[in-house]
Design a protein around this ligand. Structure first.
Ligand SMILES: NC(=O)c1ccc[n+]([C@@H]2O[C@H](COP(=O)([O-])OP(=O)(O)OC[C@H]3O[C@@H](n4cnc5c(N)ncnc54)[C@H](OP(=O)(O)O)[C@@H]3O)[C@@H](O)[C@H]2O)c1
Length: 215
C-alpha cells in the first residue's frame, strides 16, 4: 500500500488530501499544529498517523524528521501556508519551511517506490516575466518557486519527481467563499496529477489539472 505525508492537514485542502488518500486505501501520515485535536474524518482511521508540527520551528522539523527516520513516503505534499501576517513570518512559513522540510525528508521519499514531492504554490506567485513586486503572499509563493527551481536539479540523482503546484482558486478559509472550486474538486485534480506525475515533469509548475503554469 502506498504512503503519503501531508504537511498542514488541519483544514482546507490539506484535510481533504487526507480524506481522499485514506478513501483510496493509502497509508496517510499528516501533520497539524494542534496536538490532541482529531481531524473531522469519517470511517476507519487505522491507516492514519498524526504528528504535531508548527513549520515555523526548525527544531520541530528536525525532531519530526528524526521521528520519521524509519518511515518511507511515496508522496510528500507540503501544503501548509498563510496568506497574511508579518513579512518575516509569512516568508518563514511559505518559503523557508517547505524547502527545509523537503530537504529533511528526502531520504524518506527517495527510499519509496513512487518518489514524488509536491510543494503547494499559487498562481499569485507567477511573475510572468514582470519585474514589479507582487503582494506579500504572491511574493512569498514566487520566492518558493525560485527556491524550488534552485533545489530541483539536486533531486534528479535521487530519482525524485518534484513539482510546485497551483491547486486552483478553492473555497477554503484562505480562498474565501466566492472561489469557484470546492476542496473535493481541487483535491481530486491534485490526486490525479500526482498519480500521473512522471520524471519528465520534474521541476515544473503545474496546475491542479496537470497543465503547465507559467512562472
Ligand atoms: N485556497 C486557495 O484558493 C488557494 C489558491 C492557491 C494556493 N493555495 C495554497 O494551497 C495550500 C492550502 O491552502 P488552503 O486554502 O487549504 O489554506 P487554509 O484553509 O488557510 O489552510 C492552511 C493550512 O496551513 C496550516 N498552517 C498555517 N500555518 C502553519 C504553521 N505555522 N505550521 C503548520 N501548519 C500551518 C494551517 O493550519 P492551522 O489550522 O493550524 O492554522 C492549515 O492546515 C496553501 O499552500 C495555499 O497557499 C490555496
Amino acid at each position: 500500500m502506498p504512503s503519503i505525508l501531508v504537511i498542514g492537514a488541519s483544514r482546507g485542502i490539506g484535510l481533504e488530501l487526507v480524506r481522499q488518500y485514506l478513501a483510496a486505501g493509502w497509508h496517510v501520515h499528516a501533520t497539524t499544529r494542534t496536538p490532541g485535536k482529531s481531524l473531522p474524518l469519517k470511517g476507519s482511521l487505522e491507516n492514519l498517523r498524526m504528528y504535531t508540527l508548527d513549520v515555523r520551528d526548525s527544531a520541530q522539523i528536525r525532531n519530526l524528521a528524526e521521528e520519521l527516520s524509519q518511515s518511507t513516503f511515496d508522496v510528500l505534499i507540503h501544503n501548509a501556508a498563510v496568506h497574511d501576517g508579518k513579512e518575516k513570518e509569512v516568508m518563514r512559513i511559505n518559503v523557508e519551511a517547505p524547502i527545509e522540510l523537503t530537504e529533511a525528508l528526502l531520504d524518506n521519499v527517495s527510499r519509496s517506490r513512487q518518489k514524488k514531492i509536491v510543494l503547494m504554490s499559487s498562481q499569485m506567485g507567477a511573475r510572468r516575466g514582470r519585474s514589479g513586486k507582487l503582494d506579500l503572499y504572491g511574493e512569498s509563493k514566487a520566492r518558493l518557486n525560485e527556491r524550488f527551481r534552485e533545489l530541483a536539479p539536486s533531486l534528479v540523482k535521487r530519482n525524485i519527481t518534484a513539482v510546485v503546484l497551483h491547486p486552483g482558486w478553492v473555497r477554503t478559509d484562505m480562498g474565501g467563499s466566492s472561489a469557484p472550486l470546492s476542496v473535493a474538486e481541487s483535491v481530486a485534480g491534485i490526486k490525479q496529477v500526482v498519480e500521473n506525475l512522471n520524471p519528465q515533469q520534474h521541476g515544473s509548475f503545474l496546475t491542479w489539472k496537470g497543465e503547465i503554469h507559467p512562472w
